[in-house]
Ligand binder design. Sequence first.
Ligand SMILES: Nc1ncnc2c1ncn2[C@@H]1O[C@H](COP(=O)(O)OP(=O)(O)O)[C@@H](O)[C@H]1O
Ligand SMILES: [Mg+2]
Length: 584
Amino acid sequence: MIFGKKDSNTTTQKAMITFCRQYFKGSYHILIMLIVIIGLGIVGNNILPSVYGKLIDALTNAKLQNFNKYIAIYFSLLLLCSFLTAAEKTAGNLFVFTITNKIKGNIFNKITRMQQDRLEKFSVGELISRLESDAGNIVSFCVNFISSSILIIFNFIIAGYMIVAISRSMAYLALIYIPASVLIYAVFKKKLRKLTILRRKFGDKFYTYMNDSLSNILGIKAFQLENEMSVRYDSLLSKQLKLEQDIVNLGNKIQISNSFISTLFNLVIMCLAAGFIGKGHLSIGSFVSFNLYIGKLMDAVQNVQSINMDKQKTFVSLERILSFIENPVEDVNGQVTGIIKEKFRSLSVKGLKFNYGENEVLRNLDFDINSYGLYSIIGKNGSGKSTLIKLLIKLYSPLQGEIYLNEHPYKTLPTKELRECITYIQKETFILNDSIINNLRLADKDLDLPTAEEACKKVGLHEYIMTLPERYDTQLGEKGMVFSSGLRQKLNFARALIKNSHIILLDEITSDLDGESEKEIVGILKRLSKEKVLISISHKIEAIINSDEIFIMDHGRFAEHGRHDELMERSQIYKSLINKIQDK
Ligand SMILES: Nc1ncnc2c1ncn2[C@@H]1O[C@H](COP(=O)(O)OP(=O)(O)O)[C@@H](O)[C@H]1O
Ligand SMILES: [Mg+2]
């Protein structure tokens, strides 16, 4: 929680104003238009009861001329008001969507730029829930708040004035209604906030489950979990229904209490009015107007309440969005150093330490790479190899120690520049649901076909692509499912070549490949290693023995390093690792 309990409301209120100012900027013209429309509509609606009262008086007194005049005014006003209501909906919708989209755009941008360690604290479902529900909640509330505020102000002033003007003594009675109604809201406020927090947390859980299940349908089929998953989904739906029912029931309780009190007041006022009309102090038309204006006054009071209730819900959304947005982003806009233009001289790591919480993963790790070549990192599962790679592309920051590229400490290199110098290829290939050429263009948006073909030729993919009916325009499907894992890796490679960085980091990219494809990929690595630094995590013998240098990861540091034949001679750890690999 970012807000303390005691003065959380004022702090949140201030945060809300700052938040709105930031996003409303540039859309004030729509907002002003909306306010004018709402204002005119409310004024029109507030004149109607008075005209209606006069209409009735003209009717009861059989004054035809007055009747004709008032009926013309009444219908013109009514028409104008419905036109204004329609215009309010259009402008309101435009405003809500414009601002919500801005907030959503900003959150999405934030997600892609957030520091990896912070991002990992949120599940994909939670991110979708914040993106989809919380942003819209806030903006809808703002628009409601504005329109309700105008309604409250005008209704209080106009209806209040008209009520007093028609009958002062009946007006006093009406005023008691206000504190009674506020009391009702105070009674239910806490419960409402609690239910709203539950609903938002449930939303996170619900989206997380949907994302988890829908992206794992194959696993569900393989383990025949269809029934179980459906039962769990149904149970979540029932929980959702119960929560929504609780919220509706609470709303009903508030509404019934309100109706009860307002009916009671109406009853007392009617009795009083009957006496006045009987004595000739009040015309029927004025009484009808009075009643309609009382309705407007009650509308205003109920609007104050509903704003307060919505405020509780919206503050929950705002706290969730702010606590998310306040997470640090990567230094995408750091000062440009121009390192991308330098030739590769060295990549070195000194005294590197890194923990995940309490789990010490890298402990005093050192290494130096001073020339192009193929370097392998081997070690047991969980020994920290992938973590080291993630530090090398600055996904995490070291706890201690530093990494240097061409003697520049990483902390002085903007992330954006550094990632232009280093390409990272994971075992899980990065392929979007798009064509081959567009997937290659992720590395260079201006890429032309001949350059794409050249890169694909280098990784032995071009010939295969030419056999496809749509060639480079072939659609690859979700996660590139149209290609086999070997082809996907080759495509990733081709894209890495297009990016043309000096260093390529490879995390177990051959682990899913058969012997033939593995040999082919290792051949490509060998060729590329003459003009690039390739650092490869591998459990496959072919890649390891072909390396210029092998680093053995053990307990968070490099226990030994050297060429395959050297290590076979002198390193017990290496021999046992290699034996294990060969036994598989
Ligand atoms: N994102 C993470 N959050 C918490 N712990 C992690 C995370 N990634 C890896 N670990 C833990 O860090 C250790 C090293 O993991 P990793 O670098 O993936 O090892 P390797 O690649 O050598 O198999 C393991 O104990 C693993 O459970
Ligand atoms: Mg790993």
